[in-house]
Design a protein around this ligand. Structure first.
Ligand SMILES: [Zn+2]
Length: 150
């Protein structure tokens, strides 16, 4: 089997990355938000279960945290990263299953984790601009709201 993508290839990097959950049900929404909402075409993807939750110092995600920090260091060095967008999403299975967080306090913890994740990223590079968002499922649509991290 072979397949030729109709999407044209553009070599220029935009020096931005997004860290988000790998949950495929919201993958296209994340892409749409980043490419059309934030105007970040061709952004680098750092997708793994829990997304920024893996940068928040949870012992249950120690190995993932090490991996993501490494990946971000690589992107800063090799791709000249200057912007990182962090996205949490409502009812994330990583929080429910890996961290065993109940639905009642999940969103609060996820928002606090965005602040912790931003802190970790600033240790990788103090130059990088960081934005954080929370994706909510409202009446069958995914809506992104900004979260203050300073
Ligand atoms: Zn998730």
């Amino acid at each position: 089997m072979s397949y030729k993508s109709p999407v044209p290839y553009e070599a220029a990097r935009i020096r931005a990355a997004a860290v988000y959950c790998s949950d495929g049900r919201v993958g296209e929404h994340f892409d749409d938000f980043l490419q059309n909402g934030l105007k970040l075409p061709r952004y680098d993807r750092v997708a793994l279960p829990g997304g920024p939750g893996c940068l928040a110092g949870h012992t249950e995600a120690r190995l993932e945290e090490e991996g993501v920090i490494d990946e971000l260091k690589f992107l800063v060095d090799a791709h000249g990263l200057t912007k990182v967008v962090l996205i949490q999403h409502e009812a994330c299975a990583f929080y429910a299953h890996r961290l065993k967080v109940g639905a009642d306090r999940m969103a609060t913890l996820q928002r606090a984790d965005l602040v912790r994740a931003a802190f970790q990223i600033r240790r990788v590079s103090s130059e990088v601009e960081i934005q954080a968002y929370f994706a909510r499922n409202i009446a069958g649509s995914i809506e992104f709201e900004g979260v203050g991290i300073d």
